[in-house]
Design a protein around this ligand. Sequence first.
Ligand code: F6R
Ligand code: MG
Ligand code: MG
Length: 373
Amino acid sequence: MARKTTISLIKCDIGSLAGHHIVPKPLMNICEKNLKRAKENGLINSYYVFNVGDDLQLLMVHEKGESNHEIHQLAWDTFQEAAKKAMELKLYGAGQDLLKNAFSGTVRGLGPGVAEMEIEERASDPIVIFAADKTSAGSFNLPLFRIFADPMNTAGLVIDPNMAGGFKFEVIDAQESQSVVVKCPEEMYELVALIGTVERYVVSRVWRARDDLICASSSVSRLSLIAGKYVGKDDPVMMVRAQHGLPAVGEILVPFMHSYLVAGWMRGSHWGPLMPVGLKDARCTLFDGPPRVVALGFQVANGSIASDDEGEPLIADLFADPAFSMARQEALKYASMLRRMGEFEPARLSVEAMEYTTLPQVLEKLKKRFKPV
Ligand code: F6R
Ligand code: MG
Ligand code: MG
C-alpha cells in the first residue's frame, strides 16, 4: 500500500498593516512558532507559512487525513493567537475572518478557507498550490477548466494516453448548498454552462476519471453566506497535483499567461483583473488590488515537503518569473480600463452580488421617496 499523506492549506485574514494590505511579521512569527512546535510534537511533518496580501496562509503536510480535528484545532488556535496580537497592535480588521467564537472540530464554516487533499504518494509527487487575495472562490473555475478539460491548454489531454479517459469535476452550488459531479470530455459543455457562473458555482475537486485519482482541491467558502453580510472576500486557495499522467506543472501554469477578470477587488464589489505575482509582490495596493495570485510548487516526500539539510521546505515561487510579465501588464491595462468606468456596471458587480455589501443600506433612505410612474 502506498503511503497516505495529507496536504492542508488553511488561510485566514486576521488583521493587516495599513488597511487591507499585508500581514506583518509579528503575526507570521506566531504562526512559525506554533507550527514549529506542532512539527516537534509530531502532529505535522512539514509546514510553510506565507501571506498573500492580508491573508495568512498555513501550509501543513501530515498523515492525519482531511478535516482532522487536531490539524484544524492547530490552525484555529494559531489564528486566535495571531488575532490577539493583531488587536494589541491595532492592526486593521483584527480578527476579521474569525466569524464564530467556538471551535467545533473543523474550521469549515467558521471563517477560515481550507483546501485539503489526502494522496497516496506516487514515486514522485509534485504539487502546485495557489492562493489569491481580493477575490473569491469561483476565480479558479476558469484555470481548473483549462488545466483538466481544455485540450488547447493541456497538451497531455491529446498526447498522453494516461489522460485519455478525461477528468471528473465536483461542482458546488454555493447558493443551494448542493454538489454535482460532471465528467469531461463527455459533459464539457454542461460543465462550462455551470461553472461560467463564477459567483454561484465553484469547482471544489477534480479526479482522473479512469482511476479516480484525486488531482485538485479548492476552497469553496462564501463568507458572506456564513455571516449574512459583507465581511471581506473569500480569498480562495487551491492545490493541484502534477506530472506523470496528470497535467504538467507548465500546463497548470499556462492559464495564467493572460490576465482575466474576477469578482472582488475594492470592497469585494468589483470585477478586476487577476495578476499572477511572486511572493514579494503579493500585496494589494491600487484600488486595494489588482487581485493577486501566487503559485508555489513543492515535492511531497515521505509524508513531508521535500526539505534541505536544515529541514527548511524547498519551495518554488512559480509566478516570480518574467514569463508572467505579460499577464501583469495586461492586468494593469484592464485595471485602467475598468477604473475609468468608476461605479457603473459592469465595472461594479451585479445587483445580486451587491446584496451582500453595504450598498442596500445606502439605498434604504431613498426607498420612501420613490413614486409610481
Ligand atoms: C476587499 C477589502 C477592501 C475593503 C476596503 C474597505 O476584500 O478587504 O477592499 O473592503 O478597504 O474597507 P473598510 O470598510 O474596512 O474601510
Ligand atoms: Mg483584510
Ligand atoms: Mg484578503
